[in-house]
Design a protein around this ligand. Structure first.
Ligand SMILES: O=C(O)CCC(=O)C(=O)O
Ligand SMILES: [Mn+2]
Length: 209
């Protein structure tokens, strides 16, 4: 098994983080290399990747990655006051979702798909704490392609060191408990990385009856 960090207790299939105010389970070999290779090439070829922009100081700036959001029709969520409907599940993502649900033992009704074209793409500090996810959401994050560094920092206690986890091809990181309310995370630019990575973060959006 690939070596993880001191942060984790190493077990056969699963490593559990010893981290204040966070619950992290990392499965280094969540899916087989065969499936991971196949999912990577299908996602690269078949998903309609979108370049989103954000408004900074009155200017529309492209976000440094491509993305899209898929899910059950009723799994809508609000973003900047707009109610967004997810795209319907492509078959490829449904197959991956089934595997992720079986490994994490949780059900998900949506996924945010991120495509980092190379090490110049990134996601800045944030937490997955939208109200639609409810309190203590379970987020299952599957990585395909280039290994990238996932960094966590505590929101309030600056004496706690930042934590870095290498997210490998075919690995699954499950964040739960107080992780989103107490920690921020990011994937910083890594100029030496010259190949693509896809990350799929599966989420359960609360649906209003
Ligand atoms: O790419 C990653 O590993 C993290 C992505 C992420 O944090 C997100 O989609 O909310
Ligand atoms: Mn996130």
């Amino acid at each position: 098994m690939r070596k993880s960090l001191d942060l984790f207790d190493q077990k056969e299939e699963l490593v559990v983080a010893k981290l204040t105010d966070a619950q992290l389970h990392y499965f280094p070999n969540a899916i087989s290399t065969y499936d991971a290779d196949n999912f990577l090439s299908v996602c690269l070829k078949e998903l309609p990747w979108r370049q989103d922009t954000i408004r900074i100081a009155g200017k529309q700036i492209p976000v440094p990655r491509l993305q899209n959001w898929y899910g059950d029709a009723q799994a809508q969520y609000s973003y900047s006051g707009i109610r967004l409907k997810p795209l319907p599940w492509p078959d490829a993502l449904l197959a991956i979702k089934r595997q992720v649900e079986s490994i994490s033992q949780h059900n998900f009704n949506s996924v945010l798909a991120n495509y980092y074209r190379d090490g110049n793409d990134s996601v800045d500090w944030h937490s997955d704490d939208e109200p639609e996810l409810g309190e203590q959401p379970v987020i299952a994050s599957l990585s395909l392609g280039a290994t990238r560094t996932f960094t966590l920092k505590h929101r309030y206690d600056k004496t706690i060191a930042q934590q870095k986890i290498q997210l490998h091809h075919g690995s699954l990181l499950v964040m739960s408990g107080h992780t989103q309310s107490h920690w921020l995370h990011r994937v910083a630019k890594e100029k030496h990385v010259d190949t693509a990575r896809i990350n799929l973060t599966f989420r359960q959006i609360k649906v209003n009856e």
